[in-house]
Design a protein around this ligand. Structure first.
Ligand code: NAD
Length: 277
């Protein structure tokens, strides 16, 4: 067996070394929803790969906490409080970024609100669509129009619920996230020729503050249908466990680097085998 210390890095003619393929030194990534859960894990993963991180969230105290932790570890970070449901705030953000545009855009921020379809009103639907879909649409537009000559990489975060609705009361969420898949594929088609790679990830059940809160509430309020859905969900997981935020972050990193140079318009489940069980 070859020990770690003895391992040789083999670099063949015309082959980029593996560690160089995932190295993002000198690259700038803009990450939304970076204060918590999957977005926070992505911030750490991308910073570790050498990227300069532009972090964005509505929750300023939590966002600053993440930014300070990264800076203390030597990463190059800036943090911006932005409400993504407000298009003007998105436009202002990009105006402020014009001096140094990101090379990579990760649209991760999202809200997961439950409501019986028959009780849903326009405000509820509009907020879900504004955060989960429209912000992605406008963020991509600002990114692409400013980098039309340079190209770039976009990763959008959808969900397995968009293609296999498993839980009740997620009509608005599922609709918004299914549209994110449509948007991703349309942009991949239209802007591939301009050197943009655009892909989507469909996370399965990932342990984050958001999902923990839903489970805690279900148990506290004895919401038996929710508890049963959780049990049914768990029993479909081929890997038998929920995922960790970093397991989504690693796939986002893969899609954002030259490792994925020929991946375009892909919709990738990262779900412990849920969709295939
Ligand atoms: P989370 O709730 O832990 O984090 C989401 C972040 O988005 C929060 O920091 C929140 O402040 C931010 N945010 C919400 N509304 C915002 C707004 N208007 N403007 C700016 N920021 C805003 O969520 P998470 O579980 O880490 O999920 C991240 C993404 O992954 C979401 O898009 C979610 O739909 C998707 N997803 C998560 C799971 C899961 O199991 N956790 C599964 C499938 C898909």
């Amino acid at each position: 067996m070859v020990g770690h210390a003895e391992r040789k890095i083999l670099v063949f003619d015309n082959l980029i070394a593996t560690n160089e393929l995932v190295d993002l030194t000198g690259r700038r990534v803009l990450l939304t929803g970076a204060a918590s859960g999957i977005g926070e894990a992505m911030a750490f993963r991308f910073a570790d790969a050498g990227a300069e991180c532009v972090l964005l969230d509505l929750n300023e105290p939590l966002l600053n906490k993440v930014a300070h932790k990264l800076m203390a570890a030597g990463a190059s970070v800036s943090a911006h409080k932005v409400d993504l449901s407000d298009r003007q705030q998105i436009v202002d953000l990009w105006t402020g970024l014009e001096h140094r545009l990101p090379d990579i855009l990760i649209n991760n921020a999202g809200i997961y609100m439950l409501k019986d379809y028959l009780e849903m009103d326009k405000d509820f639907f509009d907020l879900t669509m504004a955060v989960n879909l429209e912000s992605v649409l406008w963020m991509c537009q600002e990114f692409i129009k400013r980098r039309l000559e340079a190209g770039g990489t976009i990763v959008n975060i959808s969900t397995i619920e968009a293609i296999l609705p498993f839980k009740k009361d997620l009509v608005a969420y599922g609709t918004s996230k299914a549209a994110v898949i449509g948007l991703t594929r349309a942009l991949a088609r239209d802007y591939g020729p301009h050197d943009f790679r655009v892909n989507a990830i469909l996370p399965g059940a990932i342990k984050t503050p958001g999902t923990r809160e839903i489970m805690k509430t279900a148990i506290r309020k004895m919401q038996l249908d929710l508890i049963k859905t959780g049990y049914d969900f768990q029993s479909r997981l081929a890997l038998g466990r929920w995922g960790n935020p970093d397991e989504i972050a690693r796939v986002a990193l893969f899609l954002s680097t030259e490792m994925a140079s020929y991946v375009q318009g892909a919709v990738i489940p990262v779900d412990g085998g849920f969709l295939s069980s």
